[in-house]
Ligand binder design. Structure first.
Ligand SMILES: [Zn+2]
Length: 497
């Protein structure tokens, strides 16, 4: 069937930040998004895909543009701490603590792994609108690079995110008229209005309809240029959202337990022994100073030691905190909830020492990884099944429609980064993990491993039959549809058809 595959020449990539699959699908079915339905889904398909953990802007873009998990790329959150770089915090140097929400947003590309390609490397000319992962895009074609800091700051304080989206729409149409071969357009307003209000407030629903109208005009432009048939259109989202009724104060809880806690904005607190780095507000990295070392914060503290310290039992008593996850002394991943404990272990079938040693084949070996999952008590991930030796794809399929989609592989991948916390927390639906210093207050949450945050729409104007899709699969899949060979690239994703 290889010869019947299309080879698209142009690619328009629309990211609706914070659009959950279920809400997007309902809007399509109710006729609220007629242009997306007619010109994209009716010609192709609407699938449910899964994002990555943490399901938050920044880390969740890396799979799309590079085919890598956040753990592989070592960008495990929108905020993180590097224990190895935290020796001597200094105001004029990066202190080993990072928040891409602030000035560190400028460092995002520099923090990405060196030598890995992005989607921008495969097309010319390209253009980029608002997306922060623009490596490979010439600065002059990063259309919003000058205005983004100003309009985002203005909108943050004035709540005029509609204005920010309208700029995106204008730039999208201009880039299409100019004939750019690859256009990435991020619409931020569904996410920001959801945080300010709720996931289906009038402002949020109006934003979806405005994006739909923009797609109608885009199709019109492509048709007039006679390039609609050769253009691949993908509409997706980096993460879903859930409405929030209760904020959990993690730093306060650690302070109360005697583990004085660094957190944004109080990153210069003296004598801190723990740190809380929150993402999307539904997930947190927790770091603990490893007392066995005198200088710096030392290595990752294993789960067993944190258990002995009383940290685990202290955390799981918090109502609304769904999962407390750490790494065991044997490198297994331990998943703790109030009523049970699970254990994820991963081994390689590939026993050829040459393959294991040769780093250039490390990624090919990922197909040889086998995942097992056991639990005692009530299964914290709710699967209710003990799994043995699943391939990564089997683990995805088995857990796709559960409360923690792709939980086995997602919890494994995040611990591959050394900036990942000793513990990783995921909130239950309705809760978030930041109670103070979030101005304005957030009424919707993402970042967690729950289905509402993980399930994202995947709408293409070319039909995709595969039902189980990860966001890391986008990179190889769209490049394949555009006639590029991705076999040489060391990535986590695979081509889906
Ligand atoms: Zn957000």
């Amino acid at each position: 069937m290889e010869s019947t595959e299309p080879s698209f020449k142009r690619f328009v990539f629309i990211i609706v930040d914070g659009a959950p699959y279920e809400i997007f699908k309902a809007l399509i079915e109710n006729g609220d998004l007629p242009n997306i339905k007619k010109y994209v889904i009716d010609r192709g398909s609407l699938n449910k895909a899964v994002s990555v953990f943490p399901s938050t802007t920044g880390p969740a873009f890396i799979p799309f543009f590079m085919g890598l998990y956040p753990g592989t790329a070592n960008i495990p959150g929108i905020r993180w701490l590097s224990k190895s770089e935290l020796h001597a915090p200094h105001r004029f140097k990066r202190p080993g603590i990072c928040s891409y929400m602030g000035i560190d947003g400028l460092h995002f590309e520099a923090d990405l792994p060196l030598g890995s390609a992005t989607l921008f490397d495969f097309f010319s000319p390209v253009s980029n609108i608002y997306n922060l992962l623009a490596r490979g895009c010439p600065p002059s074609k990063n259309l919003t690079r000058w205005i983004k800091p100003f309009v985002y700051t203005y909108a943050h304080f004035s709540h005029r995110w509609r204005f920010v989206n309208q700029i995106a729409i204008r730039q999208l149409h201009k880039a299409a008229e100019a004939g750019d071969q690859f256009i990435t357009c991020l619409f931020p307003a569904v996410d920001t209005f959801s945080h300010l209000t709720q996931t289906q407030s009038p402002q949020v629903l109006r934003t979806y309809r405005e994006i739909d109208a923009a797609i109608g005009k885009l199709v019109d432009i492509l048709q007039k240029a006679n390039t609609l048939e050769e253009t691949l259109i993908l509409i997706t989202s980096d993460h879903g959202m859930s409405d929030t009724h209760t904020h959990i104060d993690i730093p306060q809880h650690l302070d109360d337990g005697g583990w004085r806690c660094l957190h944004y904005p109080k990153i210069w607190r003296q004598d801190a022994v723990s740190a809380s780095m929150v993402s999307g507000n539904g997930m947190v990295h927790l770091y603990f100073k490893n007392s066995s070392v005198e200088k710096g914060w030392g290595a990752r503290v294993p789960f067993e030691k944190l258990y002995q310290m009383g940290v685990i039992s202290s955390l799981i008593e918090l109502e609304g905190l769904g999962l407390v996850v750490g790494q065991s002394e044997t490198a297994d991943i331990i998943v703790q909830s109030r009523n049970g404990q699970g254990r994820i272990s991963c081994r390689s079938l590939d026993t050829n020492p040459e393959n294991l040693q040769n780093s250039s084949t490390a990624f090919e070996c990922k197909d040889a990884l086998r995942f097992s999952y056991q639990f005692i008590g009530t299964d914290p991930l709710g699967y209710g099944v003990h799994y043995k030796n699943l391939s990564s794809r089997e683990a995805l399929r088995e857990t796709y429609d559960t409360s923690y989609p792709d939980g086995i592989v997602q919890l494994w991948q995040i611990f591959n980064g050394d900036r990942t916390g000793d513990l990783v927390l995921s909130a239950e639906s309705g809760y978030d993990l930041r109670a103070r210093y979030e101005i304005p207050e957030h009424h919707a949450t993402h970042g967690g491993l729950i289905a509402e945050h993980m399930h994202i729409p995947f709408a293409t104007n070319y039909p995709i039959a595969e039902q189980c899709i990860r966001s890391v699969d986008v990179f190889p899949t769209v490049l394949n549809l555009c006639g590029h060979n991705v076999a040489e690239h060391q990535i986590d994703g695979r081509i889906i058809k």
